[in-house]
Design a protein around this ligand. Structure first.
Ligand code: NAD
Ligand code: ZN
Length: 281
């Protein structure tokens, strides 16, 4: 951009998945101390999550989410026909965040996802359009209420404390979407163990994930104690103590004395992980 002599009247257009929208938004936010940008997300994850909310950045060897800034796009243009060519194994990533959005804000949305599971999996534009629209509304609503991530935005972190630990412990063998799906299921078990979420609603969430062909069990080859140790290195941890966003009901997050993210006794985390381990009876 410098070599081409682009001036302040430049607008950056990001056409691609979340890596592209994050990078292009970051370039736009820093070039000449900030020029406008427009997001055109082409992956399901970028459409429902990465392209929405104005958090942009670059991944470095120091990790994800270390270098970045808040720079909201002028607009986000989602063309569902662009998403149709996404490889099938990439669909999990978007789908898991869509389930998360329903779990934190809209129970009926979970039912809508399940009833269109097959058409979603095969990326049929007619099924995608209304479901992407609702996910965007949910995320954008949370972001608008808390643009600088002071507290309420923590609700978007549901399932993610365990998910990040699973990604770390598995050496990224478990992709983000599958880690989030397992994380939602483990953290729902934690919420039930703490008396926040009823067992019926916990099971309904796990069944929703299963109906969408997302995993809910922690692979047996991962050591539960290693997973718990890894939660302490999560970016949301404070003083090395991991924090969790837990559900009170399907469609609503429990608010505690510390806000929407809370510290949880390691024994509870361990018990929830043990409960969700796959393997012989
Ligand atoms: N800024 C945020 O708030 C936020 C939120 C969530 C995730 N993220 C970031 O988003 C990134 C992940 O995004 P992603 O899952 O889109 O990954 P990605 O950008 O790597 O895209 C996934 C793969 O799909 C390909 N692809 C994208 N669109 C396609 C299409 N229409 N047809 C065929 N192939 C297509 C890409 O080339 C890539 O190989 C991570 O870096 C993550 O940190 C950011
Ligand atoms: Zn995520």
């Amino acid at each position: 951009m410098l070599a081409r002599g682009l001036t302040r009247d430049t607008t950056v257009v990001a056409l691609g998945g979340g890596i592209t929208t994050d990078l292009a938004g970051f370039v736009a936010g820093t070039y000449l101390r900030g020029v406008p940008w427009i997001a055109v997300p082409t992956s399901l994850l970028a459409a429902v999550d990465a392209g929405i909310g104005g958090k942009v950045g670059v991944n470095t060897q120091a990790g994800k989410n270390v270098i970045g800034l808040f720079h909201r796009p002028l607009s986000v243009l989602i063309d569902v026909d662009l998403i149709a060519t996404l490889p099938p194994h990439e669909v999990d990533n978007g789908l898991a965040e869509m389930v998360k959005h329903g779990a934190i804000a809209d129970r009926a949305y979970l039912d809508a996802l399940v009833s269109r599971a097959q058409r979603l999996r095969t990326l049929q534009p007619g099924a995608l359009a209304p479901l992407i629209r609702r996910s965007v509304e949910i995320k954008a609503g949370v972001v608008a209420a808390d643009p600088q991530e002071s507290d309420y935005r923590q609700v978007l972190n549901a399932g993610h404390t365990i998910a990040h630990a699973l990604e770390l412990v598995s050496g990224l063998r478990i992709n983000h979407g599958r880690a989030v799906a397992i994380g939602l299921s483990v953290e729902a078990r934690m919420a039930t163990l703490l008396g926040l979420l009823s067992a019926t609603e916990r099971d309904a969430l796990i069944q929703t994930l299963t109906a969408l062909s997302l995993p809910t069990m922690v692979p047996v080859d991962l050591d539960p104690a290693d997973i718990v140790r890894a939660t302490a290195i999560d970016k949301k941890a404070r003083r090395g103590r991991p924090r969790y966003t837990l559900l009170a009901r399907l469609g609503s997050v429990a608010r505690g004395a510390e806000g929407f993210a809370r510290e949880v006794d390691e024994k509870i985390a361990l018990e929830a992980i043990e409960e969700s381990r796959q393997g012989p009876e």
